[in-house]
Design a protein around this ligand. Structure first.
Ligand code: NAD
Length: 307
């Protein structure tokens, strides 16, 4: 399997490292508009082949070199600076996506290629990439709220003293400030969250839930304040998404794809496999979660209309 990564900044480099270390692919092409940076990343990571999986890693000087890629990950574009929201990146990063997608499409097979979007503001970039590529929505997939859901699962796991892998809980909607924590469908193992709390004599009152929501919503801002950018969590999310596609695992992930009805991209639990985002599911939601999700749709639509 050959894949390409476009954009080799903090995120793209961490994604390349995560993928390299799982041995999921045999060939990885790295492209950045800063050719010196992608060449250095390819050399540095290439040397690691002596210690683990022998992946062929090359830096591309032109898009021609991504030919044969089955998956293209787009992690290029401006990142948030302290105090900036993801929406502040709308104008700069829509130009980045406009630059990249036609070149990707000119050098990949439109019948099979899958594009993974990481660039923020995520959902609008998914919509733009889908429009520019002409690909079916199932094959233009944003990492969406995979990272937000991972943050929720980790925080909840610590609260409940179980493994994050046993927490089945979703953050839905926008990968941004309006994202929605879906308490209504949250389970520990297969046990509904409230039943689990009852049987373990744990209490998770509204105030604690609001605090958890706040921590999920603010995680990226806090990390950016502390280390300038976020990369480890998102790299693990991209790697997990790639694994799911490459191995045709058909796991349920909160990726962002364009919905046929609303024509808006946002995150919902989705079955993901070799064909991309196969089926989008609607979890059980409270009335207030439904209302918040509708607000997400309006925000994403408005942002899309502004580009
Ligand atoms: P960065 O500034 O470290 O790197 C961006 C890279 O993109 C640079 O190397 C730059 O040269 C390259 N680039 C810019 N325009 C390009 C173009 N037209 N063609 C090719 N390369 C181009 O930024 P970063 O921290 O790596 O973040 C990258 C993107 O990922 C940002 O939009 C950021 O907000 C986003 N991000 C998303 C998530 C998520 O959960 N979806 C998480 C973290 C970061």
């Amino acid at each position: 399997m050959k894949i390409s990564i476009i954009g080799l900044g903090s995120v793209g480099s961490a994604v390349a490292t995560a993928i390299k270390n799982t041995g999921l692919v045999h060939e990885m092409v790295l492209f950045d508009r800063d050719g010196v940076r992608s060449a250095a990343a390819a050399a540095d990571l290439g040397h690691a082949s002596a210690f683990s999986f022998d992946v062929k890693i090359t830096a591309a000087n032109s898009y021609r070199e991504i030919r044969g890629s089955e998956i293209v990950v787009i992690a290029a574009g401006a990142n948030q600076k302290p105090g900036q929201t993801r929406t502040d990146l709308l104008s700069a990063n829509s130009n980045v996506i406009r630059d990249i997608i036609p070149r990707v499409m000119a050098n990949t097979d439109p019948k099979t290629v899958k594009i993974i979007i990481v660039t923020n503001p995520l959902d609008v970039m998914v919509m733009l990439a889908r429009d520019l590529s002409g690909l079916p929505s199932a094959r233009v997939i944003g990492t969406g709220t995979m990272l937000d859901s991972a943050r929720l699962r980790t925080i909840l796991a610590r609260q409940l003293s179980v493994s994050p892998m046993s927490i089945n809980a979703y953050v839905l909607g926008e990968h941004g400030d309006s994202s929605v924590v879906n308490w209504e469908s949250a389970c520990v193992g297969a046990i509904p969250l409230n039943d689990f709390c009852k049987s373990m004599k744990l209490s998770l009152p509204q105030t604690t839930r609001r605090t958890i929501e706040h921590r999920v919503h603010n995680a990226a801002y806090e990390i950016i304040m502390g280390r300038g950018a976020t990369w480890d969590g998102i790299a693990a999310a991209v790697n997990d998404l790639l694994r799911c596609i490459i191995n045709d695992e058909k796991r349920i992930l909160t990726v962002s794809t364009c919905a046929p009805k609303t024509n808006v991209a946002m995150s919902l639990p989705t079955i993901v496999g070799r064909d991309g985002a196969i089926s989008v599911l609607l979890p059980r939601m409270s009335q207030s979660e439904k209302t918040s999700l509708q607000k997400c749709v309006r925000i994403i639509k408005k942002n899309y209309n502004n580009i």
